[in-house]
Design a protein. Structure first.
Length: 369
């Protein structure tokens, strides 16, 4: 941020002159933001970023010459910058997050002043969040699979090509005999890619995983579909009554709280609308609270990158109920907010870099205690 006035220096990238003017006027009215320039397309943005050195950029996805996704892929390796994507297309937003964007806002769906006012309010919040984000050059690792070794330990092995060799298995630890544990994960800003890194190589017979990632409706379904195409486990958006089973990951639906419950058949989820909790719906606190109640010590809680405090109190309840709890460390978080609060209140038993989270889940599941 500019040391002279403490404001967030913002670059607006959009091919629509109407939208550039509307955003400039509205955002300059915020005392914490200063629009230092606008760009009409990706190539213009590349030059403006070099010259103006903004703290944050907003980015339209659909632009002439070079779309926003390809622009991010060119920008991030050479000039990492917190970017807030502005788009109405869920699949394009997910592509942008994968390419390095840290936040996104849907373009106004409701015409008129109310729609624009709500949009600007959300965009302002996301810009402030992005200004705190740590964006680094990321090189995607080659995909590996986790294979069991004698004695329950694990080692990395080359992943099988899709549709060819069988996926690896997992030897659960003896204390879980008769009832597999629950893995509960929560995340927010930076979480879509963080979650992927944690779960992508979990073996196909890993016990059930339940996840809350702060994301609106439609986006959560498409995110689940994307993970399902990548992961060894099957992944789906939560529906009421879904059973939590071996080999399945359930993602909380946008605007629906995800809760774990238990009956004589085992664990299942409740997916229900409700008021925001800790500022969100779905809320990580709601999920973790329910896991603490339903699974008690038969669970592991994982809290990843995100702004705010959602999940911290719930993770503490899980720890108090006997569950094993871990939090992402500061160095690898895009935003060290939620895990930081959890660590401060004593909810986190172990802090780990993001790259070690998947291995820690395997260690927890296979360590014979």
């Amino acid at each position: 941020m500019d040391g002279t006035n403490g404001k967030i220096r913002l670059l607006i990238v959009d091919d629509s002159i109407f939208f550039r003017k509307a955003l400039t006027e509205a955002l300059n009215g915020d005392p914490r933001i200063q629009v230092i320039g606008t760009a009409v397309d990706a190539m213009d943005a590349m030059e403006k970023i070099k010259i103006l050195k903004p703290d944050v950029a907003t980015l339209d996805v659909e632009m002439p010459k070079l779309n926003g996704i390809d622009f991010l892929r060119k920008l991030m390796p050479v000039n990492p910058l917190p970017v807030v994507v502005v788009s109405s297309a869920p699949i394009r937003v997910l592509d942008a997050l994968s390419a390095g964007a840290v936040e996104f806002v849907r373009k106004p769906e409701i015409k008129g002043p109310d729609g624009m006012r709500n949009f600007m309010s959300e965009l302002t919040v996301k810009i402030r969040i992005a200004a705190t984000a740590k964006v680094t050059r990321r090189v995607a690792p080659a995909k590996t699979a986790v294979a069991p070794l004698p004695g329950g330990s694990v080692a990395a092995a080359p992943a099988a090509s899709a549709g060819t060799a069988a996926r690896p298995g997992l030897a659960l630890r003896r204390t879980f005999a008769g009832e597999a544990p629950i893995i509960a994960i929560g995340a927010s800003t930076g979480g879509t890619e963080a979650i992927l890194e944690v779960v992508r190589d979990l073996p196909a017979n890993t016990p059930g995983v339940v996840i809350v990632q702060h994301m609106p409706p439609v986006f959560t379904k498409m995110y689940a579909q994307r993970l399902d195409r990548i992961c060894h486990m099957t992944v789906k958006e939560a529906e009421p009554g879904d059973r939590v089973e071996q080999g399945k990951i359930i993602i909380g639906a946008g605007e629906y709280h995800l809760r774990l419950a238990k009956d004589v058949r085992g664990y299942y989820v409740r997916s229900e609308p409700g008021p925001k909790v800790s500022g969100h719906c779905p809320s990580v606190d709601v999920l973790f609270d329910s896991v603490a109640e339903a699974a008690k010590a038969n669970a592991m809680g994982v809290l990843l990158t995100g702004m705010g405090a959602d999940g911290a109190k719930g993770l503490l309840k899980m720890r108090q109920a006997g569950a094993y709890t871990v939090g992402q460390d500061k160095e690898t978080c895009v935003v060290y907010g939620m895990p930081a609060v959890a660590f401060k209140i004593g909810a986190v038993q172990k802090q780990l870099p993001l790259g070690e989270m998947g291995g820690e889940i395997i260690r927890y599941l296979t360590n014979k205690k």
